[in-house]
Every structure is written in C-alpha cells, then in structure tokens.
Design a protein around this ligand. Structure first.
Ligand code: HEC
Length: 86
C-alpha cells in the first residue's frame, strides 16, 4: 500500500514542479476573481489578442481598488483557460 502511495506522489511531482499553465485553475480564477467587480463576458466573446489587453486593463483596475492583482502565474492560467475556450 505504502509503495502505491509513493508511486502516486511521484507521478504527480513532474507536473507540479514545472508549474505549467493550469487551465482549470484559470477557470476558477475567472469565475471567482472577476465577479468581485462584475460578471465577466463569455470567454469566446473576445479574441486572445483582445483578452490580453483586457486582462492588463483589469490588473490596473484591481490595483486602483487596492485589490491584489493577478500574479504572473494566475494571469498565465487565465489566458490558458481563455485559449481553451476560443
Ligand atoms: C477591480 C474591479 C474589477 C475586477 C476585479 C475585474 N474588472 Fe473587468 N472591468 C472593471 C470595470 C470598472 C470595467 C469598466 C466598466 C464596465 O464595463 O463595467 C470593466 C470592464 C471589463 C470588460 C469590458 C471591456 C472594457 O475594458 O471595458 C471586460 C471584458 C472585463 N472587464 C473582463 C474582466 C475579467 C476577465 C476579469 C477577471 C480577470 C475582470 N474583468 C476583473 C473592473 C474590474
């Protein structure tokens, strides 16, 4: 049993270590952080180029409201979710 648990943990390690863009995490950020101010529009309603511009505008708006802006990883995760939803 112990061996099983160890090998399970080992399979998970590479993914965590790389910190690859996590679309599922991006979706939860999108659904939870954006609605603090307003309901975000549908992911497919804007192109990726437009999304990149909008996200940096939103970062400014969060700072203006004294909210913590998205970290670099969180921004990458949200972009990855938006890309998957195009
Ligand atoms: C600090 C508050 C705040 C947060 C958090 C926020 N927004 Fe906004 N957002 C605004 C304001 C203010 C506007 C402009 C007024 C409006 O359209 O309601 C806006 C407008 C928008 C627009 C319309 C285009 C534009 O630039 O006017 C989009 C798209 C958008 N937000 C997406 C998002 C997404 C996606 C998130 C989450 C990553 C997010 N927003 C988080 C405040 C915020």
């Amino acid at each position: 049993m112990r061996i099983l648990i160890y090998s399970f943990i080992l399979t998970l390690l590479p993914a965590t270590a790389l910190a690859a863009d996590d679309s599922a995490n991006g979706q939860s950020i999108y659904e939870n952080r954006c609605k603090i101010c307003h309901q975000p529009p549908k992911p497919e309603s804007l192109s990726m180029q437009q999304w990149k511009a909008v996200l940096s505008t939103m970062q400014v708006r969060m700072k203006q409201k004294n909210m913590d802006p998205l970290s670099e990883q969180e921004t990458a995760d949200v972009l990855s979710f938006l890309e998957d939803s195009q």
